[in-house]
Design a protein around this ligand. Structure first.
Ligand code: NAD
Ligand code: MN
Length: 487
């Protein structure tokens, strides 16, 4: 091949031979009902989950009714009042460690299933989702027998039955974020996975069964919004934990108002990734790419607004334009793939609509000129320049691989623009100066702020929102509080 040396060095024209992950040993049933009281049970009706990269139906799963949710809540109550509630923290922690180890043992299979059902690149499910899910169980296993040290001078007590509803962007990881702290604190669980990605939750049910947890400690009811609402509205649930859209979060907050249920909400975001002129530019470019194209941009804390200092804006935009052309978009099972399939047809339609709105508003669209697979739901990595603060693409969460680029002149202007959103979840700051980094971080209304990096997660680090991004924290010692009465 006749390739200019420069192109070879920077890899623009590299063609990668396919490196497909084999799916042969990844096992799943053609049909799952629900997992209630330690058993897999049939459902009264079913819906289908597709592989968004191929549009093929993978399996069917149950649509939980109010009666199913009630059975699950009763089982969870019995377990809470029975063996699980009576068990000491030291014993509970053994079960949680066992779950963590079994996730590790089955990591490869779980990664494949996560990618098949949800469309994310195998390198992300393999290197991020599944290891972090295991890490979360390991981390909270460690707290189970130390709760009185977590909150000294108090007698921490579990709340009872926790109802948990999770989204489709990190299916197993979100189940881990919800279940691990609930178990560590001695609560029992009724959880609903999202309707496009229930597969790894069902595999987790198998693990929980195999780990020998007492029946009813963890119950998984499948279904869509109405099943989630049945959990939220069930009178014998003590706590609701929800991750998903701000719209549904508001419905849930209204539903829970006036009850004794405790509530935590992890909702949407429109994170500002702020790049100062003294930042290490090449590193920042990688951070911008990771901030918005990781997991196809289906990330609530995504750095979906790039705020770049005016003096370096042209350079950053030129480099970004070049960099997105090197992203490998396509088959999520290919180990080279950087950007996989959009999770669902509905989400693809939403992204396409928002990009159309951005163009109509007069922003300039830059999309990677990649060839998208003919089947499946794909969207080319995209960013917009000439975006103004009032544009909808600068205000609303797109939840796709679409970045809005804005500029600023002074740190004060960067802070003002970053905070000019109803959301407040993730944010990033890129600068060579530690003092500037901390000063700006202190002024940002965001629950998580990364310095010279982006989208890094650790179970020991609390995560959660400000403003319309929700309230409550998951992860860390703080994450225990959502499931405890502390006094
Ligand atoms: P959603 O909020 O509709 O769904 C999230 C979960 O809530 C799913 O399990 C769903 O079945 C359930 N649900 C839906 N309606 C419910 C109700 N009335 N009561 C109880 N549970 C209910 O989110 P979505 O439709 O999957 O995605 C739409 C938008 O949500 C995205 O574009 C994005 O902005 C946002 N989102 C945010 C996150 C996050 O991590 N914060 C994750 C996924 C989606
Ligand atoms: Mn699916």
């Amino acid at each position: 091949m006749n390739m200019p040396v420069k192109e070879m060095l920077f890899g623009d024209l590299w063609e990668y031979a396919p490196a497909l992950e084999s799916t042969g040993h990844a096992q799943f049933e053609k049909r799952y009902g629900h997992f209630i009281d330690g058993e897999f049970v049939d459902a009264s009706s079913y819906m289908k989950s597709v592989n968004p990269a191929t549009e093929e139906v993978l399996f069917e799963f149950g649509v939980g009714t109010e009666a199913d949710v009630d059975r699950a809540v009763q089982a969870a109550r019995r377990a809470f009042e029975g063996p699980w509630g009576k068990m000491g923290g030291r014993e509970r922690s053994k079960y949680i460690y066992r779950i963590a180890r079994m996730i590790q043992e089955k990591a490869r299979e779980l990664a494949i299933l996560e990618t098949l059902d949800g469309g994310k690149p195998i390198k992300e499910s393999r290197d991020v989702d599944i290891p972090l899910a295991a890490a979360h169980f390991f981390y909270y296993a460690g707290w189970a027998d130390k709760l009185e040290y977590a909150f000294p001078g108090t007698t921490p007590r579990p709340l009872g039955v926790a109802g948990q509803v999770i989204p489709w962007n990190f299916p197993l990881l979100m189940a881990a974020w919800k279940i691990a702290p609930a178990l560590a604190t001695g609560n029992t669980v009724v959880l609903k996975a999202a309707e496009t990605t229930p597969l790894t939750a069902m595999k987790l049910a198998e693990i929980i069964q195999e780990a020998g947890l007492p029946p009813g400690v963890v119950n998984l009811v499948n279904g869509a919004g109405s099943t989630g609402a049945a959990i939220v509205n069930h009178p014998d649930i003590n706590k609701i934990a929800f991750t998903g859209s701000t719209d549904v979060g508001k419905i849930i907050q209204r539903a829970v108002a006036g009850t004794n249920k405790r509530l935590t909400l992890e909702l949407g975001g429109k994170g500002a990734n702020i790049v100062f002129e003294d930042a290490p530019i090449e590193q920042a470019i990688e951070g911008i790419v990771n901030g918005i194209y990781f997991n196809q941009g289906h990330v609530c804390c995504a750095g979906s607004r790039l705020l770049v200092q005016e003096s370096i804006a042209d350079e950053v935009v030129a480099k970004l334009e070049r960099r997105i052309q090197t992203l490998v978009v396509g088959n999520p099972l290919d180990k080279n793939t950087d950007v996989g399939a959009i999770n669902s047809k509905e989400q693809l339609d939403r992204i396409t609509e928002m990009v159309g709105i951005g163009e109509a508003e007069g922003a300039v669209r830059h999309s990677a000129p990649c060839e998208l697979p003919s089947k499946g739901y794909f969207f080319a990595p995209t960013f917009f320049t000439d975006v103004s603060q009032s544009h909808r693409i600068a205000q609303e969460e797109i939840f796709g691989p679409v970045l809005s680029v804005l500029t600023f002149r002074t740190p004060a202007e960067a802070i003002e623009k970053a905070n000019n959103t109803p959301y407040g979840l993730g944010s990033g700051i890129w600068t060579d100066k530690g003092s500037k980094l901390f000063k700006v971080a202190g002024a940002l209304q965001a629950g998580v702020i990364w310095g010279n990096t982006y989208n890094k997660f650790d179970p020991g680090s609390p995560f959660g929102g400000h403003k319309e991004s929700g309230f409550g924290r998951e992860g860390g010692r703080q994450g225990l509080l959502a499931y405890l009465e502390v006094s």
